[in-house]
Design a protein. Structure first.
Length: 210
């Protein structure tokens, strides 16, 4: 891989959907209404099967905790006309708010919805990987807060050695677009998403206000 690349690890098999990671992020940065740098998606699907006079449940659900993936090929960086987005040596993607002019091109380019517009400041915002915590030897707030310990972080190569390669799970887009720096252990029910009726149950919660 060459350069160092920090990445998140997420274990969907044990995520309870409690949203503590989401709350911890929002609390640390005091982000306003409608701005969620980390979002917990509730994915459900399936149906009921009739067996004689009985109906047998054939339903499933799982959760996905997702923030900015600090992609190795970030489309947000490429799309910014004012060069307000940078990728640091450790792989973290940050926004220079002094250069950002709020055009929102980066928001439209990101397939993960990670960049969000702050109407109060007229600038774009996003997950910073808690780079200030990292410099002080601490873990990102979302990682520390998770009671189920399904979130972790580290160098991409090391995470892949520990957990295997993989960062695609419904409803995330194909990873080849941006090479996201995230390793995901998919929930067993995610395999059913390809050929079943499936939806995001809390879309209004995780969708950024336009």
């Amino acid at each position: 891989m060459g350069k160092k690349q920090l990445a998140f690890y997420f274990d969907s098999t044990s995520c309870s959907g409690c949203k503590t990671c989401q709350v911890a992020c929002k609390d640390k940065y005091d982000n306003g209404s409608g701005i969620l740098w980390r979002r917990v998606y509730e994915v459900t699907g399936g149906d009921w099967i009739r067996d004689g006079h009985a109906w047998i449940p054939n339903v499933f659900s799982y959760h996905i905790s997702m923030a900015c993936n600090h992609c190795m090929e970030p489309l947000c960086l490429e799309s910014c006309p004012n060069r307000a987005i940078e990728k640091k040596e450790n792989g973290i993607v940050l926004i220079d708010t002094d250069r950002c002019m709020g055009c929102r091109y980066c928001e439209w380019a990101c397939p993960y919805g990670a960049l969000q517009f702050d109407r109060n400041t007229g600038r774009m915002t996003k997950c910073t990987f808690c780079d200030d915590y990292l410099e002080g030897g601490k873990k990102p707030a979302c990682v520390t807060a998770c009671p189920m310990r399904v979130l972790d972080f580290g160098e991409m190569e090391e995470l892949e050695k520990l957990h295997g390669k993989g960062n695609e799970i419904f409803p995330l887009p194909p990873s080849h677009h941006t090479e996201p720096a995230v390793v995901i252990k998919p929930h067993r029910n995610a395999r059913m998403a390809n050929n079943r009726d499936i939806k995001i149950d809390n879309l209004e919660e995780v969708k950024h206000e336009q």
